[in-house]
Ligand binder design. Structure first.
Ligand code: F6P
Length: 327
């Protein structure tokens, strides 16, 4: 169905990621450039169900490009997963005469967006905002680059003290079910081992490797642990290793939510600007039910359905390279 879009809304949902503000700014300014009215929905789908809508001007998104977090706030909504919750949200969109939405977030956000599109034929476009980089249809998600830079800065600092004390560190990073953050952090910081959800890591192999280094009196090592790996969290892995390698003085660091905050890197700011701009252009061209992404440095579009159901796979050659370089 062809319909003239006059009024759009933008929201951020799920875990915040650095660069979401830059994407919001790009959406708002591109919309205004195209003579659209643009509303910000506060707190993602929660705000949609509570009619927390605010008309935004170009000034409202001034001085936010460089800020972490999201000025629109965010939430993980249980209520939106119910049919009634979505019905309420849709009625609020209609009451505010919102013709289309831009949804900035990760897989959960896209799942909600697809429901709105399929159940109510509501025009919506997704923008990939998550530190996890686990969204099919884009090489990079907004916030990933900042998160890995935060993580390697932390690991570099841990390396200083680990090396000085000749200690073994297990450093856990985020990424939910995906190992992008762990793999990039591990390669970028020269870690000795990386535990990934996508790999069959074995504690026995790690202990054999550590025993070999201990014979050379090298008790310093860094192991990056992806939170979604199959062997358990960093504490569990560390205590299993301790059983067979008691000679090691081992410590655990969970970098945690530090990875979600901070000023976005230039890469994330530019990526967010391109994706926000392209999302509004897609709506103007009546491309609905899709997610924007960047593949080989070019804007690409993927159906929300594919973006949710297809899995983006970690480059196996990069995993192999990480092993070889850590010898
Ligand atoms: O999806 C982003 C992410 O930071 C994941 O890496 C992590 O598993 C999860 O969110 C943590 O969520 P919360 O902030 O709700 O604890």
């Amino acid at each position: 169905m062809t319909r003239k879009i006059r009024r759009i809304a933008v929201f951020t949902s799920g875990g915040d990621s650095p660069g979401m503000n830059a994407a919001t700014r790009a959406v708002v300014r591109t919309a205004i450039y195209n003579d659209l009215h643009v509303y910000g929905i506060k707190g993602g789908y929660e705000g949609m169900m509570n009619a927390d809508f605010q008309l935004l001007t170009k000034g409202d998104v001034g001085n936010i490009l460089q800020r972490g977090g999201t000025i629109l706030k965010t939430a993980r909504s249980q209520e939106f997963m119910t049919k009634q919750g979505r019905q309420n949200a849709y009625e609020n969109l209609m009451a505010h005469e919102i013709d289309a939405c831009v949804a900035i977030g990760g897989n959960g956000t896209y799942t909600g967006a697809l429901k709105l599109y399929e159940e109510f034929d509501f025009p919506i476009v997704g923008v990939p905002g998550t530190i996890d980089n686990d969204i099919f249809g884009t090489d990079y998600t907004i916030g990933f680059d900042t998160a890995i830079n935060t993580a390697i800065e932390a690991v570099d600092k841990i390396r200083d003290t680990a090396d000085s004390h000749n200690r073994l560190f297990f450093i856990e990073v985020m990424g939910r079910h995906a190992g992008y953050i762990a793999l990039h952090t591990g390669i970028g910081s020269g870690a000795g081992n990386i535990f990934l959800p996508e790999k069959e890591n074995s504690i026995e192999e790690l202990t054999a490797f550590l025993k070999k280094s201990a014979r050379r009196k090298k008790l310093f090592n860094l192991v990056i642990v992806a939170e979604g790996n199959k062997n358990g969290d960093a504490y569990t892995i560390a205590s299993k290793v301790k059983e067979s390698c008691p000679e090691y003085d081992s410590k655990v660091t969970i970098i945690g939510h530090l990875q979600r905050g901070g000023s976005p890197t230039c890469h994330d700011r530019v990526l967010a600007s391109r994706l926000g701009y392209s999302a509004v252009n897609a709506l103007m061209e009546e491309k609905y039910g899709i997610a924007v992404g960047i593949i080989d440095n070019k804007i690409s579009f993927t159906s929300l359905k594919d973006a949710i159901t297809k899995t983006k796979t970690l480059d196996v050659d990069m995993i192999k390279m990480a092993e070889i370089l850590a010898m």
